[in-house]
Write a protein that binds this ligand. Structure first.
Ligand code: B12
Ligand code: SF4
Length: 513
């Protein structure tokens, strides 16, 4: 039992973080550059500051598809390069100077995106922005770019490049997400540095979500993403083509349409590979689906529980089962050998100072292998932002701090400082030796692997930093991933022979993002 006031009884130890994980590489203002290569496009994922409380591993688990998805539509006579500043290889290249620089912009790294854009534009490149922040705050982005892509980049990118060639570039381009998702080409994963990510196979099978929670970016004004699915065959082909044993689905909610997930699982099963995905907990309404997921290689799910208070969930308009039934549903997943990475949002209006102790206790009691915490963050242009603004509770608009690790609004039943302290406490609690041990699997055979994984993921930020710096993430993790796959295949063979779940073999790869 954790006392409700335990998080506030003492001070917390300061977490280690190297400078290069909180400060972007410098851009030399006096730098001279050579001539521009007109048909060379450089695509940049800008630097963002990391949170010392969480695992550095999550940033190199799997890449975002923001840039590779539309890179696939680049005409053949263009040369494309990809640069992710978060891989700690320094600032993006400029020799030769790209004719076009495409940058994805989220609110947390908008400032860095603007700095990069100003730097490249001053030296002759055309800069194109796209991504979530461009959609929610276009007027803030416009002064820093030659063109804004508002909406689906897959449709817009070839048009933009064509207009650059014809010298008819417009300042704004607009595309909806109404089109047939099955017509999109596969993302161009060959651009990615393979050694730098645990797996380069970020897959996406569906777009949108059947929910519309008030705090989610999917509720952004003007953003309409109807539910769309790729053909299971396309997903399978992409998985095979990238030749990795493990994939991470980055869909908002892979379980939105259960009939679809059943058919996707049937298509994935013969691959004998493993994967993880984000789903809502209502997938457990259908235990047959959970069984099929396990048989198809699912080793972990990332579940947005958000809160253990029904009132908070009702306020957010999240359609979800009662929280009193969450524990039973977690057991269904565990029974089929599927790890649960629970995502929790802290600071809702019904949260009091005991929320941190209560949440930690529930996670330990139900032996969630992993948990991710977020301070409630009102993203601009969402219903939550409008509500907070109307109530004069927004503390500032420094978007860099809208990273779910900072309190940017006035919580109802505690101070902003208490919310940040509780957030740091709960991470430290869940990453502690005692908590890791308490959540160990029942089967003793599974314990050594569980401990190895937990310590590597949760307590080894120095090691992660070293792996990232030396491009060793994939080579070092690959044997562990392969070991997990073998164990999972053995488990699946047993499961296939029984109508009911069989004892889980214990997994290694942590679920989701
Ligand atoms: C993969 C992922 C990650 C990865 C990689 C992140 C990275 N920046 O490299 C990891 C695990 C590291 C991560 C971390 C975090 N993430 Co994240 N992540 C995602 C996830 C699951 C998938 C992103 C993706 O690939 N989408 C698919 C692509 C195809 O869609 P897209 O990005 O919108 O791109 C399309 C268009 O926007 C456009 N486009 C985009 N960029 C450009 C650029 C140009 C030039 C053009 C023409 C077009 C264009 O074209 C694309 C095709 O249509 C999303 C949720 C989601 N499903 O989108 C969350 C999401 C982006 N993450 C989010 C958050 C909050 C975080 C964290 C802050 C969480 C945390 N506390 O740790 C961190 C920190 C990252 C940060 N500061 O930005 C939020 C962002 C909310 C917001 N309003 O900004 C999201 C939306 C999740 C959510 N439901 O809230 N994340
Ligand atoms: S269920 Fe998840 S992805 Fe869907 S709207 Fe709610 S928070 Fe967003």
């Amino acid at each position: 039992m954790i006392a409700p006031d335990e998080p506030f009884l003492g001070s917390l130890s300061k977490r280690w973080i190297p400078r290069e994980m909180i400060t972007p590489p410098a851009l030399d203002r006096k730098q001279q550059v050579g001539p521009v290569e007109p048909h060379y496009a450089l695509l940049i994922n800008p630097f963002y500051s990391k949170d010392a409380n969480a695992s550095f591993g999550k940033h190199v688990l799997t890449p975002s598809l923001a840039l590779t998805s539309f890179a696939a539509t680049t005409p053949e006579h263009w040369r494309v390069e990809y640069w992710d500043e978060n891989l700690l290889d320094g600032r993006p290249p400029f020799r030769p100077m790209p004719g076009v620089v495409g940058i994805t912009v989220h609110l947390t790294f908008a400032r860095r995106a603007f700095e990069l854009a100003d730097w490249y534009r001053a030296r002759g490149a055309k800069v194109v922005f796209g991504g979530l922040h461009v959609l929610s705050c276009p007027d803030e982005c416009a002064p820093h770019a030659d063109a804004l892509a508002l909406g689906d980049g897959v449709q817009l990118w070839p048009r933009i490049l064509g207009d650059i060639e014809a010298n008819t570039l417009q300042s704004r381009y607009l595309a909806t997400y109404e089109n047939d998702y099955r017509e999109d080409p596969s993302p161009r994963r060959s651009l990615l540095p393979r050694r730098s990510f645990l797996t380069t196979t970020s897959l996406i099978a569906t777009r949108g979500c059947h929910n519309r929670c008030g705090f989610c970016y999917l509720a952004t004004d003007g953003l309409r993403i109807p539910y769309r699915m790729r053909h299971p065959r396309q997903v399978v082909e992409e998985f095979k083509a990238d030749d990795q044993p493990y994939a991470v689905f980055i869909d908002n909610n892979l379980g939105s349409r259960r009939d679809y997930l059943h058919s996707l699982c049937a298509a994935l099963r013969p691959l004998n590979k493993i994967w993880s995905a984000a789903v809502t907990i209502d997938v457990t309404d259908d235990p047959g689906l959970i069984r099929n997921m396990a048989l198809a290689g699912c080793t972990g799910v990332f579940v947005g529980f958000e809160s253990l208070s029904d009132d908070n969930l009702a306020d957010s308009h999240k359609k979800t089962p009662k929280t009193s039934d969450y524990a039973r549903r977690v057991r269904i997943l565990h029974d089929y050998g599927i790890q649960v990475n629970g995502s929790f949002v802290l600071g809702f209006d019904h949260d009091r100072k005991d929320v941190f102790a209560r949440t930690a206790e529930w996670i330990e009691e139900n032996r969630l292998e992993c948990a991710t915490f977020h301070i409630l963050t009102p993203y601009p242009a969402t219903p939550l932002f409008r509500q907070m603004e109307a109530q004069e509770r927004i503390l500032h608009r420094d978007w860099a701090l809208y990273d779910t690790g900072h309190a940017v609004f006035q919580p109802k039943h505690m101070t902003a400082e208490e919310l940040e302290h509780g957030y740091a406490w709960i991470y430290q609690r869940l990453f502690s030796h005692a908590s890791i041990w308490q959540r160990r699997p029942d089967e003793w055979q599974a314990i050594p692997l569980y401990l190895a994984m937990s310590y590597l993921y949760k307590r080894s930020n120095r090691f992660w930093h070293w792996l990232i710096k030396h491009d060793l993430v994939n080579p070092v993790w690959k044997p562990l991933v392969e070991m997990t796959r073998w164990r999972h295949l053995r488990y699946r063979r047993g499961l296939a022979q029984h109508a009911s779940p069989v004892a889980a073999a214990g997994q290694v790869v942590s679920a989701g993002v």
